[in-house]
Design a protein around this ligand. Structure first.
Ligand code: 5AD
Ligand code: SF4
Length: 352
C-alpha cells in the first residue's frame, strides 16, 4: 500500500533527501511513478541524441570536453547528421536532440540553421537543441529554423558553487546562464535545465534549493544526473561531500516529479555508470524521457564528457533493441512516433 505524501516545500524535500528508510523511499518512488502514469500512461518518449561536435570554447572544471584537454575533436557533416535523423524517424523516436560543445561563431550558427531547417522539412521529428549559451538573436534564429526545445543545465543553482566549478575568466558567468534560460523562455522554447548531483562542495541544502529554483523559473523539462569525476579534469582531486550520487539522483527524480508535477524528466545516461539498471530505476521513479545515443559509433569515444560512459560501443540498432527490452522489463513502452512534449509547457503557454 502506498501512503499519500505531499512534497510542497523545502522541508519536505530535505526530509526525503536525508531519510534512509527503505519503506519511505519506496513509497516516494511509487507515488512519483503513479503521478507520471496519470499524465502519460506507461509511455516513455525518446529523443535520439546526436552529439554533433565535441569542440568547445568553454573550460568547465569538471568536463571531459573542456577546451584545455587534448582530445580528438570532431564536427559531424550535414550528411552524417541527416543520416542519424533518418534513423530516429525510421524507428519512430518522434524527437531528436542535437547537442554539441559551445561554439559561438557565425559559421557554426549558419550551419545549425541549415541542418535544423533541413531536418524540419524532411522529417516529422520534434527537435530539442543543446548548444550551450548563445546570444538571444542566435537562439531566435535556431527557433525560426525549427528548434522547439532547448536544454541548458544550470549545473547548480548555488551561484557560489557555480563559481567554484567554472574558471574565473569572464566567460563562465552564472548570471549569463540564468539570463539565457529566460531568453529561451521568452522566445517560446520548451525550456529544459538541470544539475549534476554529488558535485564537489555540494550539499543537500543545495539540492533542495535547485528544485525550488526550477519551480521559480517555471521550467518545462529536467535532466539531472550524477557527477562522475573525470581523472583529467582539474576538479577531480576535490572529493564530493555527498556520498552516493547515484542513489541521491534517483531520489531527486522522484522528488522533482512530485514537486514540479507535469514537467518532462529525463532518465539520464550518467545514471547507468553506477548501476546497469540506473535508467530503468529512474523511469520507475518519475522520469519519462530517454535519450538514446544515435551519434555514429566511431565518434562516440570522443564525446566522453565523463569516464565510463555507457552505450558507446552499441550500434544505433542494438541500442534501440536494448532500450525497448529494458522498457518492457518495467512495464513501460515507447511513445512511438509521438513528440511527447512537456505538458507543463502547454499548460503554461495556454494559461491553463
Ligand atoms: N559528470 C557528469 N556529468 C557531466 N557533465 C559535464 N561533465 C560531467 C561529469 N564529469 C554534464 C553537464 C553538462 C552536460 C552536457 O554534461 O551537466 O551540462
Ligand atoms: Fe563545454 Fe559543456 Fe563541457 Fe562546459 S560542460 S566544457 S560547455 S561541453
Amino acid at each position: 500500500m502506498t501512503q499519500e505524501i505531499s512534497i510542497s516545500n523545502r522541508e519536505d524535500i530535505l526530509y526525503y533527501l536525508k531519510t534512509k528508510s527503505k519503506k519511505k523511499i519506496q513509497n516516494l518512488y511509487s507515488l512519483a511513478n503513479t503521478l507520471i502514469e496519470k499524465f502519460k500512461d506507461n509511455k516513455v518518449h525518446f529523443r535520439g541524441l546526436i552529439e554533433i561536435s565535441n569542440v568547445c570554447e568553454k573550460n568547465c572544471l569538471y568536463c571531459g570536453l573542456r577546451r584545455d584537454l587534448k582530445i580528438d575533436r570532431y564536427t559531424m557533416t550535414k550528411e552524417e547528421i541527416l543520416n542519424a535523423a533518418k534513423f530516429c524517424s525510421d524507428k519512430g523516436y518522434g524527437s531528436l536532440c542535437i547537442q554539441s560543445g559551445e561554439i559561438t561563431t557565425q559559421k557554426r550558427l549558419e550551419f545549425l540553421v541549415d541542418v535544423i531547417s533541413t531536418i524540419k522539412k524532411e522529417y516529422n521529428l520534434q527537435m530539442t537543441l543543446s548548444f550551450g549559451e548563445m546570444p538571444k538573436k542566435s537562439l531566435q534564429k535556431l527557433f525560426d529554423a525549427g528548434g522547439r526545445r532547448y536544454l541548458l543545465r544550470i549545473e547548480t543553482s548555488n551561484e557560489k558553487l557555480y563559481e567554484k566549478l567554472h574558471p574565473k575568466d569572464g566567460k563562465h558567468e552564472f548570471k549569463t546562464r540564468v539570463n539565457t534560460l529566460k531568453d529561451l523562455k521568452s522566445i517560446g522554447y520548451q525550456v529544459g535545465t538541470g544539475i549534476m548531483i554529488g558535485l564537489p562542495y555540494q550539499t543537500y541544502d543545495d539540492l533542495a534549493n535547485d528544485l525550488l529554483f526550477f519551480k521559480k523559473l517555471d521550467i518545462d523539462m529536467l535532466g539531472m544526473g550524477p557527477y562522475v569525476p573525470h581523472p583529467k579534469s582539474p576538479i577531480y582531486i576535490v572529493k564530493p561531500r555527498l556520498k552516493d550520487a547515484y542513489a541521491i539522483s534517483i531520489k531527486m527524480v522522484a522528488l522533482a516529479r512530485l514537486f514540479l508535477k507535469d514537467v518532462n524528466i529525463a532518465a539520464t545516461t550518467a545514471l547507468q555508470v553506477f548501476d546497469k539498471k540506473g535508467r530503468e530505476k529512474a523511469l520507475s521513479a518519475g522520469a519519462n524521457i530517454l535519450m538514446p545515443i544515435v551519434t555514429p559509433i566511431n565518434l562516440r569515444k570522443n564525446y566522453l564528457i565523463y569516464p565510463d560512459k555507457p552505450c558507446i560501443e552499441d550500434t544505433k540498432e542494438e541500442c534501440f533493441n536494448c532500450l525497448n527490452a529494458r522498457l518492457r522489463s518495467i512495464n513501460k513502452e515507447m511513445g512511438k512516433n509521438e513528440f511527447g512534449d512537456s505538458i507543463h509547457f502547454s499548460k503554461r503557454t495556454n494559461n491553463l
